[in-house]
Design a protein. Structure first.
Ligand SMILES: *Cc1c(COP(=O)(O)O)cnc(C)c1O
Length: 226
């Protein structure tokens, strides 16, 4: 099987699983956007996903994303790039130049830098607030208790906050985390929910995800980082 066939097959399997999950939840399948996470992937696998019609991609590092996407950004109509990894304030300018969506707004200082960068760019980028639903010390995101206040602060800075994003703890059932994220979104009037990865995107889609972030399920295992 060629790389093109392999990735096209994976993509359609993932899309079918999402559609089935949405159906179980009684919601339209096109409510869920599949974000293909292309971090650590060789170029030919990214090209194969594009050839199979995938246009929404996510990356977790600004520099690697530039390598993958800077040129393609100008040549690929309809491309939409999401930043799903932590953003350092000294990379904000580069990030807003490249990405359409920043999913990892997680602290006041970053929110302030983003607001300034949007002013500089003359254009805002869509934002998600990352919530650390498991309150894990090593994980980014605002705690659930701080979320309402932080969302309000982001709105005060005129960041276009569309929704919330979470990465649940690795070794716990995910459903309570997805439900918590949804509850925080609902009480703040936010429609978008980015939750679910390769292992659990179908659960997430069933629990109201509007964006699922799938890497290995589309591209196969990642090469280890050097
Ligand atoms: C890597 C990554 C994903 C994709 O993980 P897979 O298990 O490969 O699907 C999703 N979200 C974030 C934030 C990631 O860093």
């Amino acid at each position: 099987m060629s790389v093109e066939q392999e990735i096209a097959g994976n993509l359609s399997a993932v899309r079918e699983n999402i559609a089935a999950a949405a159906m179980r939840a009684g919601s339209p399948a096109d409510l869920v956007t599949l974000v293909a996470i292309s971090k650590s992937q060789p170029d030919e696998r990214i090209a194969a996903a594009l050839a199979a019609g995938q246009l929404v991609f996510g990356e977790n590092r600004v520099q690697e994303a530039q390598t993958h996407w800077s040129e393609r950004r100008d040549t690929t109509a309809g491309l939409e790039l999401h930043l799903v990894g932590p953003l350092q304030t000294n990379k904000v300018k580069e990030a807003v130049a490249l990405f359409d969506v920043i999913q990892t707004v997680d602290r006041p200082k970053l929110a302030e830098h983003l607001a300034r960068a949007f002013d500089g760019l003359g254009k805002a980028r869509r934002c998600f607030v990352q919530v650390n639903t498991g309150e894990e010390a090593q994980k980014a995101g605002v705690s659930p208790a701080e979320a309402d206040g932080f969302i309000a602060a982001c709105r005060g800075l005129e960041l276009p906050v569309e929704g919330l994003m979470c990465i649940p703890p690795a070794d716990a059932p995910v459903a309570p985390h997805f439900a918590l994220l949804r509850k925080i979104a609902e009480r703040n009037g936010l429609a978008a929910l980015s939750m679910g990865m390769s292992a659990d995107y179908a659960v997430a889609a069933e629990l109201g995800a509007t964006y699922v972030r799938v890497g290995r399920g589309i591209f196969g295992e990642r090469a280890p980082r050097v």
